[in-house]
Design a binder for this molecule. Structure first.
Ligand code: PAF
Length: 286
């Protein structure tokens, strides 16, 4: 049976007796769950005895003018999906429960890694993710937490947070889940119009073409890499998107300096299509 808690105290009371001999997993979400989220739940169930899914549209990670108010809130449908998936506990707190004082005066800063890629156009986003994930870790005190690789930069920031704040939590990065047409699943895909839904999968197709080129073309320096990137950005823009960024880096998100050495890269992109800002990425293992 899946039980929903709205307060920190009630959730902690339920978890307390389990801590001695059960492994607890946390899957943090903002709700409006799709198959991508359910894949995180499945992974959590493989790694733990008890799974807690948090559903909280976190105001501190939305910038001014972003979609905080319109972000889809579908608690009833989410509860149904999580019950079918066999989740033990749902934690669905109010904003007041999570943030007695808004904005919270205490901050968790994500630092340099949060200032590029998504951070360029969303400069406060990852600090907001940092504080909410810190709070969720303190509230649930899980042994394991699962985050999707679709939010590649977020995952890197969470790993940094766990290292820097000495959390004894195993962080599992779950593979990105795509629709049959290749579009990366996201709650924000529902902002797409019917016509945009036809165009959206092209983002992934262009990433795959770039990944192929990276594998097949010997790249000697940053200039050659940038030429390939610029070419891909132009093609994506021509297809009707507005690219926010497209970058190729090492898989820990550091800048590539050794072009002949390690060949494990990640291509990360964010592109607007109408009202939706789509994120996608591909790991390239050359
Ligand atoms: O990835 C998300 O849905 C959110 O950023 C998270 C991790 C639940 C924090 O609000």
């Amino acid at each position: 049976m899946t039980i929903t808690f709205n307060t920190i105290q009630d959730l902690q009371q339920a978890l307390h007796p389990l801590r001695t001999d059960k492994k607890i997993a946390l899957v943090p979400t903002m709700g409006n769950l799709h198959d991508g989220h359910i894949s995180l739940v499945k992974l959590a169930q493989e790694h733990a005895d008890v799974v807690v899914v948090s559903i909280f549209v976190n105001p501190t990670q939305f910038g001014v003018g972003e979609d905080l108010d319109s972000y889809p809130r579908t608690l009833e449908a989410d509860t149904q999906k999580l019950t079918e998936a066999g989740v033990d506990y749902i934690f669905a707190p109010s904003v007041e429960e999570m943030y007695p004082v808004m904005p919270p005066p205490t901050q968790v800063l994500a630092g340099a890694i949060s200032q590029y890629l998504c951070g360029k156009s969303r400069p406060t986003h990852f600090d907001g993710v940092g504080i909410v994930v810190t709070k969720l870790f303190n509230i649930v005190q899980p042994n394991v937490a699962v985050f999707g690789k679709k939010d590649y930069q977020q995952l890197a920031i969470i790993k940094q947070l766990v290292r820097d704040l000495s959390y004894n939590i195993e962080i599992i990065g779950a593979p990105l889940v795509r629709a049959v047409d290749g579009l990366a699943l996201s709650s924000r895909n529902q902002y797409l119009t019917e016509t945009e839904c036809q165009i959206a999968p092209m983002l992934n197709q262009h990433l795959s073409k770039l990944a192929q080129k990276l594998k097949n073309t010997p790249i000697a320096n940053n200039q050659q890499l940038q030429a390939l990137i610029e070419d891909t950005i132009a093609q994506i823009n021509n297809a009707g998107f507005r690219v926010d960024y497209l970058e190729v880096s090492n898989q820990d998100l550091s800048k590539i300096t050794d072009f002949y050495g390690q060949k494990q890269w990640v291509i990360a992109v964010a592109a607007w299509l109408g009202k939706a800002r789509l994120l996608d990425n591909q790991e390239v293992n050359g």
